[in-house]
Design a protein around this ligand. Structure first.
Ligand code: PAF
Length: 325
């Protein structure tokens, strides 16, 4: 009997160790459905971490703002009550002011330009700034270029925005841009947006095709203007208290997993860029695209805002971004 006891204890200890390891929970919150680009990013991140750590971390996803709006989730990371998130740049500039430079309208020419800046030295320098806010930023994901939807009118010129009650993210760069264009920007957390559109307290909102399709905005909006007025990055973040408790090997697994998550988000966005307009047309939206001349008119109307952005972020940095290939 005594011979079996230690062995039994060893087996029990091994089992408990296994359970305890697998029970390191990672709560991962994000704003949209699990069928969205956020869901694709979250799944790829989870799968990569699970594969690299032999299932040592149990991810628990909270899609569709299940842990609150993006601001609350980021605050949860700072407090250490939430381990991970994928968020837009919506409220980020309130935590890490340097991120706001990427929110400048018409800064990026196209997807290749945006991705190469974010993956290159400038994007990586800005990821490093998150530590000052008690956050660890592991990779730049993506939503796409933002477009305007509304229930009032087709938009072809800045004058068409006059007085338009447009929901913006709680993002000072975006708010300034829409104010400068003559609209009536209404900053609002995402979880309130669909209700506000249904009730008519706002006329419109702006988001990339990835969001417009996955949040079914065609059910509450009639017009879509493919303005591509600003690139919308996302970022894969973990809480610093959580990060500091990880071994270097596990930190590496989370970082590589986040890069895989970002890649999956970009692949999803690439697909929606191909199919999204047809989907939304079939769902009944009236869709127009700004011509290059019309986009130039928007840029011209934004001149006073650009002066403010240059003061805030520095002409040099803005030029480095816009000149980069
Ligand atoms: O518009 C926003 O707030 C963001 O783009 C969204 C939809 C929450 C996705 O991060």
């Amino acid at each position: 009997m005594t011979v079996f006891k230690p062995a039994g204890l060893l087996v029990c200890a091994a089992l408990f160790a296994g359970v305890a390891k697998a029970e390191t929970e990672v709560k991962l919150g994000y704003a949209l459905a699990d069928t969205s680009h956020y869901g694709a990013g979250a799944r790829a991140w989870q799968e990569a971490v699970e594969a690299a750590t032999g299932g040592a971390y149990a991810f628990r996803s909270f899609p569709s703002s299940g842990l609150g709006g993006e601001r609350e989730v980021i605050e949860g990371l700072q407090l250490g009550t939430v381990e991970a998130t994928i968020v837009s740049s919506g409220t980020l500039a309130n935590f890490v002011p340097e991120t706001g430079v990427f929110d400048i309208p018409f800064l990026f020419r196209d997807f290749d330009h945006a991705r190469s800046v974010l993956d290159g030295p400038i994007g990586q320098e800005i990821l490093a700034k998150f530590e000052d806010a008690g956050l660890v930023a592991l990779a730049w994901g993506e939503q796409g270029f933002r477009h305007i939807t509304n229930n009032r009118t087709a938009i072809a010129a800045p004058a068409d925005l006059k007085g338009l009650k447009i929901r913006t993210m709680e993002n000072p760069v975006h708010i300034t841009a829409f104010q400068t264009l003559g609209a009536a920007p209404t900053p609002m957390a995402w979880p309130e947006v669909i209700g506000a559109l249904e009730q008519g307290t706002i006329d419109g909102q702006e988001n990339p095709l990835s969001v417009i399709t996955s949040a079914h905005l065609s059910e509450v909006q009639t017009h879509l203007t493919l303005s591509g007025h600003v690139y919308s990055p996302a970022v894969l973040l973990v809480s610093k208290p959580f990060w500091d408790g990880l071994s270097p090997e596990d930190q590496d697994a989370f970082r590589k997993g986040a890069v895989a998550g970002a890649k999956a988000m970009r692949a999803f966005v690439d697909d929606v860029e191909q199919s999204g307009v047809d989907t939304l047309k079939a769902e009944g939206m009236q869709i127009g695209t700004l011509t290059p001349e019309q986009r130039a008119a928007f840029r011209e109307a934004l001149a006073p805002a650009y002066e403010g952005y240059a003061r805030q972020y520095g002409e040099d940095l803005i030029r480095r971004i816009s000149d980069s290939q």
